[in-house]
Design a binder for this molecule. Structure first.
Ligand code: SF4
Length: 241
C-alpha cells in the first residue's frame, strides 16, 4: 500500500516548468522539517486522501489514504483524459515511499516529474530509471535542523543522469556563505544545471528576502553557473492548489 494525501490536476507553480499542466500526486511523509513548509498535512497521517474525479473541477472524493498500487495508478491515469505535460510526484518527500513508487511508476501513462528535497539519494536510485524530470531542492542549513551538503552532492550526482534543475528557497535569514556553498556544489557537478532562486512565500513567521539581496545572490550564482533564474511560487498569488 502507498500513503497519499491528494491527487488533482493543476498548474505547476514553481521552477523551470512553471505554467505547465500536471497531475499532482502528493505523497504522505517527509524526512525534514523546513521552517517555511507549506504542506504540513504531508507530515502527518491524514485519515482520508482527496482525489479529484474530473481534471481541474475540484470534485474531490474522500478516500482512505492507503491505496493499492493498481488502484492509485487507475485514479491518476483517469485524470489524463485532459492532455497533461507530466505527472508530478510531490509531498512531503515522495522518496520516503520509494519502493512503492518504483512499483507505481511503470503503470503511469505520462512523463514523470519528481519534486524532491534532494536528500534521499539511495532511495532516488530505486526510482531513477522511471523518472523524466527532477526538481531537486537544495535546503540551506538556516531552514533545516542541520546541513545536508553531502546528501545533496550524492543526490545531484545521480540526478544529473536525467533532466534535472535545482531549486533553492531563499529567506530573509539566508546567509551568503550557505548560498555560495550551494552554488559551488551545483557547479562542481555541472555548471549547465539550471538553478532557480525562489524567494520564500512568508508563512509560519518566515522572513521574506529583500529584492536587492536576491539580485545580489543571483549575480553571485551567475559567476559560477550558466542559468540562474528568480521565480516565486506563482500558484500562491493565482490562488491555485
Ligand atoms: S522538504 Fe518539503 S515537505 Fe518536507 S518539511 Fe521541507 S518544505 Fe516541507
Amino acid at each position: 500500500m502507498i500513503n497519499i494525501v491528494e491527487v488533482f490536476s493543476s498548474i505547476q507553480g514553481e521552477g523551470l516548468y512553471v505554467g505547465t499542466r500536471q497531475v499532482f500526486v502528493r505523497l504522505a511523509g517527509c524526512n525534514l522539517a523546513c521552517t517555511y513548509c507549506d504542506t504540513p498535512n504531508s507530515h502527518h497521517t491524514v485519515k482520508n486522501a482527496l482525489v479529484e474525479r474530473t481534471p481541474g473541477k475540484r470534485d474531490f472524493a474522500q478516500l482512505p489514504m492507503q491505496f493499492s498500487i493498481d488502484n492509485l495508478a487507475r485514479h491518476i491515469n483517469s485524470l489524463l483524459a485532459v492532455p497533461h505535460h507530466s505527472i508530478s510526484l510531490t509531498g512531503g518527500e515522495p522518496l520516503c515511499q520509494a519502493k512503492m513508487i518504483a512499483e507505481l511508476l511503470p503503470q503511469l501513462k505520462a512523463p514523470l516529474y519528481l519534486e524532491t528535497n534532494g536528500t534521499l539519494f539511495q532511495q532516488l536510485a530505486l526510482v531513477l530509471p522511471y523518472i523524466d524530470i527532477i526538481s531537486m531542492d537544495i535546503k540551506l542549513p538556516t531552514v533545516t535542523d542541520k546541513p545536508y551538503w553531502q546528501e545533496h552532492k550524492e543526490f545531484l550526482l545521480l540526478a544529473a543522469r536525467k533532466n534535472v534543475f535545482v531549486k533553492i528557497v531563499v529567506t530573509g535569514k539566508s546567509q551568503q556563505t550557505e548560498l555560495q556553498q550551494a552554488f559551488e556544489l551545483v557547479a562542481s557537478v555541472d555548471h549547465h544545471i539550471p538553478v532557480i532562486l525562489q524567494p520564500v512565500t512568508p508563512v509560519n513567521g518566515c522572513e521574506a528576502v529583500l529584492p536587492d539581496v536576491l539580485l545580489f545572490y543571483q549575480e553571485k550564482a551567475l559567476t559560477l553557473l550558466n542559468d540562474v533564474r528568480v521565480i516565486p511560487q506563482t500558484h500562491k498569488f493565482m490562488g491555485y492548489l
